[in-house]
Design a protein around this ligand. Structure first.
Ligand SMILES: Nc1nc2c(ncn2[C@@H]2O[C@H](COP(=O)(O)OP(=O)(O)OP(=O)(O)O)[C@@H](O)[C@H]2O)c(=O)[nH]1
Ligand SMILES: [Mg+2]
Length: 499
């Protein structure tokens, strides 16, 4: 297919999707049978798990989430809108970007469905009350259905206050938050109420177990695509350019643009439709949340090869998406990688990420050493791509690495994992330094170089599970909170909570 044909096809797909999205917007949010919620709503009673003696509220028909009609439905972001997708339309012009700062923009079909499912899967407890409030207030904000859930919100608030007392959640900041929340709810200030609830939820539930399992399921789905396959595994800090590099290597047409005043290189069109899920962003917030395998055809790209290779996009190290994503990835991505036939790790190092005194590079190597404890034995398999380098700095990379090595002190030299990777980087950049300009460069030159490295043939032996210390602390904290909740529930004979 020619480049022009590909662009045309992509544009047609884009237009079809826009029409589809418009139809979704025009459609009533919960009209019978077209929203996943509706089938659940008809068979699940949100209050069925509540023991009546524990519930301070009487549940009436009007408290249930109700259908809205097309007149009172309003556009809102769908699950896929949560990432800016690449289109020919300037990104700044898109509604999703205009609304990005509004809290409604963070409410998606998927997030509503998740809250509803979580609310239904839990016994009566403060965590459940907060989730219910999050759900009803989100509905209030997105359905443009004035006061449709006010009764439920008030009842859940009362329930939350009562649960806080009985569960002895007496921390003053939590109590103050609930007081503040009452005022917002009284004034029907839903935006502020939702912001505060999200904060409160993090306090009483630092690790969202429901989200954790959802993320693990998503990663597991992707893992099937790389089982027993040869893969190139892109690694690096968040924002280093992994998703951009994947688009580039897979032959997407890359263009330079600006989003909210920030420089950004985006794919204007792509060959493989799966690349639609590989989204990029100039924002400081982590973008990629899951492992995404993309098959890249090598015929006509690399001489002597008529097969294909899978290149995997991954979430960045030190991801800013929270402990749920970090843990799901630390466990599931590694589980997936261990099932591969062979792995070629490619480390992406960005100009800013390297750090003035190479502290960024050191941090990166420590994280890599956690994934691959015997990194020295596997170092041959590594390649390095340098990203976001200004034009006049591109030919200084090897020289600055030499300078770093000459100025290292004894303590730095004793950092073995750092030294292993650093020396390999020094050696490989002497022969050739891969500095990427996604707009001007040719993918075949990069693919050829990446495929020259010797792959890790026994990933099961080489990669080990790992999560960051920050996430470990959050898990410990959550375990402690659950222990306290269980003890308190035992005292109140609330066996549904203990279960
Ligand atoms: N100039 C330049 N910009 C780049 C390059 N690679 C990425 N970028 C920009 O850097 C920003 C982040 O790129 P992403 O590809 O989203 O980074 P990532 O590593 O996938 O980030 P996470 O998904 O959050 O881990 C985007 O604005 C890109 O346009 C590059 O080689 N040169
Ligand atoms: Mg990414």
């Amino acid at each position: 297919m020619t480049n022009e044909t590909t662009q045309l096809t992509n544009r047609q797909e884009e237009e079809e999707e826009q029409q589809q999205q418009q139809q979704n917007i025009d459609r009533p949010l919960y009209s019978q049978g077209n929203h996943p919620l509706i089938s659940n709503l008809s068979r699940i009673d949100p209050y069925e798990n509540i023991h009546t003696s524990q519930s301070p509220v009487n549940i009436s028909e009007t408290d249930r989430p109700r259908e809205v009609t097309s007149e009172n439905s309003q556009p809102y972001r769908t699950a896929t809108d949560s990432h800016p997708t690449t289109t020919d339309t300037p990104v700044e012009d898109r509604d999703t970007e205009k609304n990005a700062d509004r809290i409604e923009a963070s409410i998606t079909n998927e997030s509503l469905q998740n809250l509803y499912d979580d609310m239904n899967s839990m016994p009566s407890c403060s965590e459940r009350s907060v989730i219910s409030l999050l759900y009803y207030i989100s509905c209030e904000l997105t359905q443009n259905n004035p006061s449709g859930h006010v009764n439920s919100i008030n009842k859940e608030l009362e329930s939350l206050k009562m649960r806080m007392n009985s569960e002895e959640k007496s921390l003053s900041n939590i109590r103050n938050s609930v007081k503040e929340l009452s005022v917002y709810i009284q004034n029907q200030n839903w935006e502020e109420a939702l912001k505060l609830l999200r904060k409160l939820f993090k306090e009483i539930c630092p690790l969202n177990i429901h989200d954790l399992f959802r993320f693990i399921r998503k990663v597991d789905d992707a893992a099937d695509g790389i089982k027993n396959k040869d893969i190139i595994f892109l690694l690096g800090n968040t924002g280093a350019g992994k998703s951009t590099t994947l688009h580039f290597l897979a032959g997407s047409k890359m263009i330079a643009t600006r989003i909210k005043g920030l420089n950004h290189i985006m794919a204007a069109s792509w060959k493989n439709p799966d690349l639609r899920n590989v989204t990029t962003s100039p924002s400081a917030k982590s973008e990629t949340r899951f492992i995404i395998p993309i098959t890249v055809d090598l015929s006509g790209v690399v001489a002597s090869r008529s097969d294909s290779i899978i290149i995997c996009d991954t979430p960045g190290f030190e991801d800013t998406n929270g402990p749920e994503v970090d843990i799901a990835n630390g466990i599931s991505i590694i589980r997936a990688i261990r099932e591969c036939k062979s792995v070629r790790p490619v480390v992406l190092v960005s100009y800013k990420g390297i750090g003035d005194r190479f502290e960024g590079l050191k941090n990166l190597t420590h994280l890599l050493a956690c994934l691959i404890p015997k990194i020295k034995n596997e170092i041959r398999a590594f390649s390095y791509i340098f990203t976001k380098y200004p034009e006049n700095e591109k030919d200084t990379i090897h020289k600055s690495l030499i300078n770093i090595s000459e100025t290292m002190n004894e303590q730095e030299k004793s950092d073995i994992s750092f030294m292993n990777l650093f020396e390999d980087m020094l050696l490989k950049t002497k022969r050739q330094t891969l500095v990427l300009d996604p707009v001007k460069d040719e993918p075949k030159e990069f693919l050829y170089e990446l495929l020259r490295s010797t792959a890790i043939e026994d990933p099961k032996e080489v990669f080990q599970f790992s999560i960051t210390d920050k996430s470990k602390n959050i898990v410990n904290n959550q375990v402690r909170l659950y222990q306290l909740s269980i003890l308190s529930a035992i005292q109140r004979y609330e066996y549904s909570v203990i279960k």
